[in-house]
Design a protein. Structure first.
Ligand SMILES: Cc1ncc(C[n+]2csc(CCOP(=O)(O)OP(=O)(O)O)c2C)c(N)n1
Ligand SMILES: [Mg+2]
Lengths: 326, 341
């Protein structure tokens, strides 16, 4: 298995899918000549030309709407958003249109649209470039929401997204583009709605996804040094949510900590925690703990920013709380 | 010698016929040079690791100074964008104010260290904070102008954007709105022919932003952003029109982009050396300096004087901003909702 960065895994999968299916087209700001803000589309303009690698005007609502139209007519548009924050300008096309075309056509019309780009905090990008929007998109029936944490997942989930028949919100993370890992070759694909046990342990279950998976794994290492064996579940996909894998783990550990980067109210962790209570209430020896970002827009100043995102310390503390230890 | 410099020599009193005094044009030159020097300092500070990010406006200063010049600095409103360093300086922000934002200090007047650099705001001098998603300032400005109109305050609003940002629906909705209500507003478009790497022809169908104003029922005017006096002339007309209650004007200034998009970009990736070089001949600082030299106002001694004054001011501003404290961690959760004291 070759080692690739997360960025290369995305890029090579785009190439494989574009070679395989001429219906796959890419749209976005600065994705052609500039090769993408995070260079995920490097050289793709040269390879496929401007009809399949489309540098759009700065009009998110317009090009997402156009992509919905292309998808209805059988193309497979993959839209790059410079950051998911700018997808908010296209929210009507995503929520009122992409997510409802199948439903309102009585199941007749497919919308094989993939929207991808970085989600969540970077370093000093401030509130309008740092939001973690998975809870927002996860709320709407009709949208798949996935969040790969590793290069292999980037490839496997992107392939499934591109070959699907429904809109997919594909959440990358700026801090992960340079992350290296082994990536299976061939037509490797990962199904949506299947979490993995990223680390086995008997004392507590930590549920995470995207960049927070790595923070959770570091926290688990630290806990192990103190004799606490944490099991870490990597969700990979938020909608559908693989609550079976999570509940199965909680049945072994009897404690759970859910980690998310975004604000606590109405966040992904609330949904996950509630699902744990529904599926595994009798297994729990302690209330489910949530580790979340601070309840304020992301500040630019570095000292405040560090206070606004969850760190491994916060996870360690939450785990100890479920163990009634301190 | 460029054609414009040559022209400047044969029509020496152009500024006088526009109603500008010698002192006015020297002051305008000072602001253009101040903005440029501050801009260069920001990049030096970023490279030295003192700031995470810089976005600035080299090449845009001439039209900005000219556009704000007719305004009433205490009564009128400016809704800027991230290249508006010169416009904000003329409107009343100080170099220290701008650097406090660059360093994300607690007393940064724009946002108290919350917003990224380049998003200028200063309620005290009627500059409204800008937002990162491009285009969103246009409807805000239309709303401010609408409020001024129904309150009959006589205030004029000016807002600015790049040509790329005009692809947003927000911009068109704001133009339509302003046209429908004949608002006292000036829409500035600083057209540097690029939106990061995307060139004008892939961005603006038909090639002219100004031409679109006609469709919304008000004039759209194009001016060469290197020709500061011409920018002033069209801005003054637009301002008087707004004051008279005759409605909006769109001003499209064609400006050179003398630097990369931001500190995260290298323009050599998508622009030829020749084109970057050609832009330098359109530098408003040079062209306007040559005009003032031609009419005998900017002697070598005067130029040295101005440069020394600017250097001193920027050194002092850098020190003051550098010494200022970062936001208090105890304030991290503040400013989200109204706080009763
Ligand atoms: C809604 C939105 N989409 C994308 C961006 C990213 N972005 C920031 S500046 C910029 C280019 C803007 O070009 P233009 O309006 O021509 O102004 P210039 O920077 O050239 O002065 C882009 C695409 C953004 N800020 N907002
Ligand atoms: Mg531009």
């Amino acid at each position: 298995m070759p080692e690739l960065t997360y960025r290369e895994a995305l890029r090579t999968t785009l190439i494989e899918e574009m070679d395989r299916d001429r219906a796959v087209v890419l749209l976005g700001e600065d994705i052609g000549l500039y090769q993408g803000t995070f260079r995920v589309t490097a050289d793709l303009l040269d390879r496929y030309g401007p009809t399949r690698v489309i540098d759009t005007p700065i009009s998110e609502l317009g090009f997402v709407g156009a992509a919905v139209g292309m998808a209805m007519l059988g193309l497979r548009p993959v839209v790059e958003v410079m950051t998911w924050n700018f997808a908010l300008l296209a929210l009507d096309q995503i929520v009122n249109n992409a997510a409802k075309v199948r439903y309102f056509s009585g199941g007749q019309v497919d919308v094989p649209l993939v929207m991808r780009g970085p989600n969540g905090a970077g370093v000093q990008l401030s509130a309008q470039h740092s939001q973690s929007l998975e809870a927002l998109f996860g709320h709407f029936p009709g949208l798949y929401v996935v969040a790969p944490a590793t290069p292999a997942e980037a490839r496997g989930l992107l392939r499934t997204a591109i070959r699907g028949k429904d809109p997919v919100i594909f959440l990358e993370n700026a801090a992960l583009y340079g992350l290296k890992g082994e990536v299976p070759n061939g037509a490797f694909a990962l199904p949506f709605g299947q979490a993995e046990v990223a680390r086995a342990g008997r004392d507590v279950t930590i549920v995470a996804y995207s960049r927070m998976l790595h923070v959770a794994l570091t926290a688990a290492d630290r806990l192990a040094a103190e004799g606490i064996q944490a099991e870490v579940i990597n969700l990979r996909s938020l909608r559908p949510l693989d609550i079976g894998t999570v509940a199965g783990s909680v049945a072994r550990t009897h404690r759970a900590v859910v980690v998310q980067e975004q604000w606590r109210p109405y966040g992904a962790a609330a949904e996950i925690a509630a699902s744990i209570y529904e599926q595994a209430f009798d297994e729990l020896d302690a209330p489910v703990e949530r580790v979340t970002g601070a309840d304020a827009p992301m500040p630019y100043a570095r000292n405040l920013e560090l206070l606004a995102v969850p760190h491994e310390d916060d996870i360690v503390r939450a785990v100890k709380k479920t163990l009634y230890a301190s | 010698m460029s054609a414009m410099e040559a022209k400047a020599r044969v029509t020496p009193a152009r500024h006088t016929s526009l109603g500008l005094s010698d002192q006015d044009v020297l002051d305008m030159y000072y602001y253009i040079a101040l903005a440029r020097a501050l801009d260069e300092r920001m990049w030096v500070l970023q490279r030295a690791g003192k700031a995470m990010f810089v976005i600035s406006g080299p090449g845009h200063e001439g039209c900005q100074v000219a556009a704000v010049w007719p305004m009433d600095r205490t009564r009128d409103w400016l809704v800027p964008f991230y290249r508006s360093i010169a416009a904000c300086l003329v409107k009343g922000m100080s170099p220290t104010d701008l650097l406090l934002g660059l360093f994300a200090r607690a007393n940064d007047p724009s946002s108290g260290g919350r917003q990224m650099p380049g998003h200028y705001g200063h309620p005290g001098v009627k500059i409204l904070s800008t937002s990162s998603p491009v285009g969103t300032q246009y409807p805000h400005a239309a709303g401010i102008a609408y409020a001024a109109k129904i309150r009959k305050t006589g205030e004029v609003t000016m807002t600015a954007i790049g040509e790329g940002g005009t692809s947003q629906g927000d911009v068109h909705e704001a133009l339509n709105w302003a046209g429908v209500y004949k608002l006292p507003i000036i829409f500035v478009v600083e057209n540097n022919a690029y939106a990061i790497s995307v060139p004008l022809h892939k961005q603006v169908a038909g090639g002219s932003v100004a031409a679109r104003a006609t469709g919304y029922g008000f004039p759209g005017v194009v001016a060469d952003g290197s020709d500061v006096l011409e920018c002033y002339r069209v801005a003054k007309e637009a301002y008087d029109r707004a004051k008279r209650g005759d409605g909006p004007t769109l001003l499209e200034f064609k400006v050179p982009r003398l630097g990369s998009h931001s500190s995260d970009d290298q323009q050599e990736r998508y622009r030829t050396k020749e084109e970057i070089e050609a832009d330098r001949t359109r530098d408003p600082l040079r062209v306007f300096g040559a005009y003032l030299d031609g009419v005998g106002l900017l002697t070598e001694a005067k130029r040295t004087d101005v440069a020394a004054r600017i250097k001193r001011e920027i050194d002092e501003a850098t020190d003051a901003a550098d010494r200022a404290p970062s936001p208090d961690p105890a304030s991290a959760a503040r400013y989200v909702f109204f706080e009763k004291d």
